[in-house]
Write a protein that binds this ligand. Structure first.
Ligand SMILES: Nc1ncnc2c1ncn2[C@@H]1O[C@H](COP(=O)(O)OP(=O)(O)O)[C@@H](O)[C@H]1O
Ligand SMILES: [Mg+2]
Length: 317
């Protein structure tokens, strides 16, 4: 029976663990200590190996090469016919399903499902046996990788959010600058999303982060849409407040008060067709920030400054 094709929702909901099965290599999770027998061992010797090690089968190896596999069923069949002193090579399966050490773990998972095996020998490119892998090796590998990634993320967040406490000065601030090119709609929003990720790492509370992000996006788009030469976004972060400033060199705004009115826009038709120029940018910045000011000199340029107070609730633990 064939499995249904994965749907778009399946893909979108892929978990980090599922994704990791495609990233981890077999060699990263396999066991390298493998119990093996040689083709010249007797079935009686094989029985001892299986019993002592409590395993139900083992790869057969000659000069390091994987040449077969033999299981407890092969042993039982041989013993039923009193073939105690036959050689392993007389009873082993020669066509071995193995997985390459460099393959992704997902390949092993597929083979487990396809053949119903509990374990697979692992070979290198020359066919030498280099390890053995089971489903629980994969699970263990996934968990430890996820755990390591989680811990390094936690450490990063911790270090970042404590920058201010760890820095001794009368007043500390961190300034981020982003250069914005005019008319560059393709890059539009990139500075504000980079800013968002940075503030996230600094431990800024999500609600405050959303207000800043929306404002930064609007300010960035205004530099792209309305200025002659683009401009600069400057974000000054201090423990008490985050200040978003944009500065450009023209054309400037004749009536700043009017520019803040909802729906007021001088955007050209082609810009509106791109979905910008609804005239809500500046009034949204005003709404989402704690205070805003804009100074502008026609022919010279504009400076917009929006302040976001960091309340006690916004401080990271
Ligand atoms: N940096 C700027 N330089 C020149 N004009 C600007 C600048 N930012 C905003 N404006 C003017 O203010 C108006 C309103 O801006 P905004 O509220 O963001 O609406 P929109 O960008 O949708 O037009 C713009 O249409 C434009 O005329
Ligand atoms: Mg705008």
């Amino acid at each position: 029976m064939s499995k249904p094709e994965p749907t778009v929702t399946d893909t979108a909901e892929i978990t980090r663990a599922q994704e990791l099965v495609y990233e981890l290599r077999v060699k990263e999770v396999m066991k390298t200590e493998v119990i093996t027998v040689s083709p010249g061992s007797t079935m009686r010797e094989l029985m001892a190996v299986l019993r002592v090690n409590r395993i139900s089968g083992t790869p057969v190896v000659e000069n390091g090469n994987l040449i077969g596999i033999i299981s407890i069923e092969d042993l039982i069949k041989a013993f039923a016919r009193q073939r105690f002193d036959d050689l392993v090579s007389d009873h082993m399966t020669r066509r071995v399903i193995a997985v390459g050490a460099d393959e992704h773990a997902v390949q092993a998972v597929k083979l487990f499902a396809q053949y119903g095996f509990g374990r697979l020998p692992v070979t290198d490119k020359e066919g030498k046996l280099v390890g053995i892998i089971t489903g629980s090796d994969i699970t263990r590998g996934l968990l430890s990788t996820l755990n390591k990634q989680y811990q390094s993320e936690e450490i990063r967040r911790y270090r970042a959010s404590h920058i201010f406490e760890d820095t001794l000065s009368d007043s500390t601030s961190l300034i981020l600058r982003y250069h914005i090119a005019p008319r560059d709609f393709e890059q539009g929003g990139q500075a504000s999303s980079t800013l968002k990720r940075t503030l996230q790492r600094l431990g800024v509370n999500p609600a405050l982060l959303r207000r800043i992000n929306v404002s930064a996006y609007e300010a960035e788009m205004n530099l792209i849409i309305h200025t002659t030469n683009g401009g600069e976004i400057r974000v000054e972060i201090s423990p008490q407040r985050i200040v978003l400033v944009t500065e450009d060199t023209g054309p400037g705004i004749a009536d700043v008060e009017q520019a803040f009115k909802p729906g007021y826009s001088t955007a050209a038709d082609w810009v509106r067709e791109l979905g910008f120029g609804a005239g809500m940018g500046l009034c949204n910045i005003k709404r989402y920030s704690d205070s805003v000011s804009m100074t502008s000199v026609p022919g010279k340029g504009s400076i917009l400054s929006a302040v976001f107070e960091v309340g006690p609730a916004d401080h990271p633990e």
